[in-house]
Design a protein around this ligand. Sequence first.
Ligand SMILES: NC(=O)c1ccc[n+]([C@@H]2O[C@H](COP(=O)([O-])OP(=O)(O)OC[C@H]3O[C@@H](n4cnc5c(N)ncnc54)[C@H](OP(=O)(O)O)[C@@H]3O)[C@@H](O)[C@H]2O)c1
Length: 266
Amino acid sequence: MTTSSDQNTPSAQATGALSADLTGRVAIVTGASSGLGARFAEILAENGALVIASARRVERLQALADRVPGIEPVACDVTNPDDRRALVDGTLARHGRVDILVNNAGRGGTGTALEETLESFENDLALNLTAPFVLAQLCGRAMVEQGAGSIINVASILGLVSGSPLSQPSYAASKGGLVNLTRELAVSLARTGVRVNGIAPGWFPTEATEGVFATERGRDWMIRNIPMRRTGEEDDLDGALLLLASDASRYITGQTLVVDGGWTSR
Ligand SMILES: NC(=O)c1ccc[n+]([C@@H]2O[C@H](COP(=O)([O-])OP(=O)(O)OC[C@H]3O[C@@H](n4cnc5c(N)ncnc54)[C@H](OP(=O)(O)O)[C@@H]3O)[C@@H](O)[C@H]2O)c1
């Protein structure tokens, strides 16, 4: 991995800071139709990977693919077993390998501690925890055969600490589960050449966080509690992504990199 001060390639300019050589790698990014996932897909592609960008809103994926070379859109509801299998089998059939899986699709909880319904809790676990597990298994089997691979689970600071005064039991449980699932899979696969790590973002403006960013009260609350006194910007996760996706992290597994301006260190 190099910085833009080391070289002047288009990809280093595009990321504004970092680049990695992912030429020849095949990556799957879930939830790539908006927010962080769209950025992850773009950055991996700009650094040489062929990226299978998946989500339910295919027209958004197509728009991304039209704008960024190296992106292939694939419709996939990650909570649907047939879709999950088709996503991975299709990737292997068309490209013969999968080197990087970014388990990014997810959403926030919809109820407070004593009010969240069982249905909401189970739905959030299915999306935020079960789907990443199954996709890690499906891709992991191919990666073990290849003798190499990198699985990146997108967790959250709310999987590490309470979200108080926000109360989102299903989100906290699913993201906390994802952090420890990352350790479990990493240790189980450590001798196969497959690494499993996570990224725990702090607060970034996306469709998922619209509500908090929309009000002055919400923005004040975030800024007051972030030691760096700013929320995450578009390129703030690029470094963590490229580190974990590339061979620069060849001796790192089971870790969840927290990118939060200091929120969890208070
Ligand atoms: N933004 C933040 O501050 C923040 C902080 C910590 C963690 N995160 C995590 O980052 C990830 C991305 O979130 P975001 O903030 O970028 O939110 P976002 O813009 O709402 O993106 C969520 C993505 O997940 C996809 N998705 C939702 N349900 C899906 C399903 N059943 N099957 C396939 N894809 C599905 C959505 O695509 P479709 O609707 O097209 O399917 C969308 O592309 C999530 O895991 C989130 O928990 C975000």
